[in-house]
Ligand binder design. Structure first.
Ligand code: PXG
Ligand code: PLP
Length: 445
């Protein structure tokens, strides 16, 4: 066992060298919060406390922590075939995982391109969209349409179509030829909606205006998160995604669902596409595909898109794109074991069966001081707090810190609390989450 796995009661000697991602480094290093172990629904902190995982790590540990089955599969794979190339060579893993995935994928999404993260999956999907139009002789279709308040990872493609100003503004002009739909959050009319808001489907019509502005012949694809996660759980209004699908069909524009968060059971179905009954042309995933254990991302592609590439000479490479670790054998072993667990334990169905009590429990927080909206779908929830005037984010971060100290892990983004527990959660854990939040919300206000 490695040293850091053993030293579960101590901090590392120094926290200086690691430049932490998406973190206030100086604030964190002055008062660190380290997890040293995890099992089931709980993390163990460096000071030996148990913390209930209200966020499935970073939305990824859908089957809960410390799954022996995945660990055993990974160990065995490493000792059998630790690495195998997938450029002009192959090994069984990605073929088996891809076939297995097609069993749970909606519609004719039955071709799988592997990456190593959500960011890589997104950039791969955007490139496939551009190349698809080009191989079909519609090379003018180069524009990519994202949406405000969306997160599509941190590649240049992802931040270009993404809609978080802070994630974009430091990095220059990004990709050119990108436009954005408006986001769908409407606090004035739809606060405290249970599940999907009734109003707002017409926001999809904005795509018609974008088409009118640029002309359909210049637009390659629209990418949206079916439910926006990172920016605070933005649930699509009833009928909104159906409208987007119809407008894309009308103009030959590809529709990409970024399901890095919503994929693998988060909404109580395999994918959000199943939940909403809307089949996109591509789906991007990561996180839950390996239960967060080994990095892996993927793009699910409709067969017609794949087929469009299979036209030239048979000895020609069809897509000049790929990662050294596309279909890494160890990630494939983790994915296969994870899919087994999801199936054997019926975890997607479990999430569906808990969604009602999750909704009721979360909405019981309505009326507490500072709470201005509660949003939910499947096993996701967002609780929006009134910001302290002139100090955005401070109230929610205070809440985050207090929850951590009192044994509950939540995520905060701005002044929104975000919850996305492992799908193995039990009723007693839901009650603990709500009790703890109730206490903390009373303390901070
Ligand atoms: N698309 C979506 C919809 C995501 O949520 C990515 C792409 C990028 O995935 P990678 O694996 O490159 O990080 C994400 C990732 C948060 C949080 O606190 C969310 C993500 C990552 C880290 C933190 O909400 N989402
Ligand atoms: N940079 C260099 C110098 C490389 O040789 C490679 C891959 O061979 C890469 C970047 C890309 O790495 P990856 O395939 O892991 O994305």
């Amino acid at each position: 066992m490695s040293d850091f796995a053993l030293s579960s009661a101590a901090l590392p000697d120094s926290l200086d060298a690691f430049w932490m991602p998406f973190t206030a480094n100086r604030q964190f290093k002055a008062d660190p919060r380290l997890f040293v172990a995890a099992k089931g629904m709980h993390y163990t902190t460096h000071d030996g406390r148990q913390v209930l995982d209200g966020t499935a790590g970073l939305w990824c540990v859908n089957a809960g922590h410390g799954r022996e089955q995945i660990a055993a599969a990974v160990h065995q794979q490493m000792m059998t075939l630790d690495f195998g190339p997938t450029f002009q060579m192959g090994h069984p893993g990605p073929f088996i995982v891809a076939e297995r995935l097609t069993e749970i994928l909606p519609g004719d999404l039955n071709r799988v391109f592997f990456a190593n993260s959500g960011s890589e999956a997104v950039d791969s999907a955007l490139k496939i969209a551009l190349a698809y139009h080009r191989v079909r002789g519609e090379g003018t279709r180069t524009r990519l349409i994202g949406r405000e308040r969306s997160y599509h990872g941190v590649g240049f493609g992802g931040i270009s179509v993404g809609g978080i100003p802070a994630v974009r503004k430091f990095f220059g002009s990004l990709l050119t030829g990108v436009d954005h739909l408006p986001h769908t959050l409407d606090l004035a009319n739809s606060a405290f909606s249970q599940g999907q808001p009734e109003r707002g489907a017409n926001l999809a019509d904005y795509l018609e205006q974008i088409v009118a502005l640029h002309d359909a012949s210049n637009i390659a694809a629209v990418i949206v998160e079916p439910v926006a996660g990172s920016t605070g759980v933005l649930v699509p209004p009833v009928g909104y995604l159906q409208k987007l699908r119809a407008i894309c069909d009308k103009y030959g524009i590809l529709l990409i669902f970024d399901e890095v968060i919503t994929g693998f059971g988060r909404l109580g179905t395999g994918f959000a596409a199943d939940y909403f009954g809307v089949i996109p042309d591509m789906i991007t995933v990561a996180k839950g595909i390996t239960n967060g254990t080994i990095p892996m991302g993927a793009v699910f592609v409709r067969q017609g898109i794949y087929d469009a590439f299979m036209q030239g000479p048979e000895n020609a490479i069809e897509l000049f794109h790929g990662y050294t670790y596309s279909g890494h054998p160890v990630a494939c072993a983790a994915a296969l074991a994870t899919l087994d667990i999801y199936q054997q334990e019926g975890l997607f169905e479990r999430a569906a069966s808990l969604a009602g009590s999750w909704q009721d429990a979360l909405h019981s927080l309505r009326g507490l001081p500072s709470v201005i909206d509660i949003r939910n779908l499947g096993l996701v929830a967002g609780i929006e707090l009134e910001p302290i005037p002139g100090q955005p984010g401070v109230r929610a971060f205070d809440c985050f810190r207090r929850c951590y100290e009192q044994g509950l892990l939540i995520r905060v983004t701005g002044d929104i609390i975000v919850l996305s527990p492992p799908l193995i959660i039990e009723k007693q854990h839901i009650d603990q989450i709500v009790d703890r939040l109730t206490q903390v919300l009373k303390q901070i206000s």
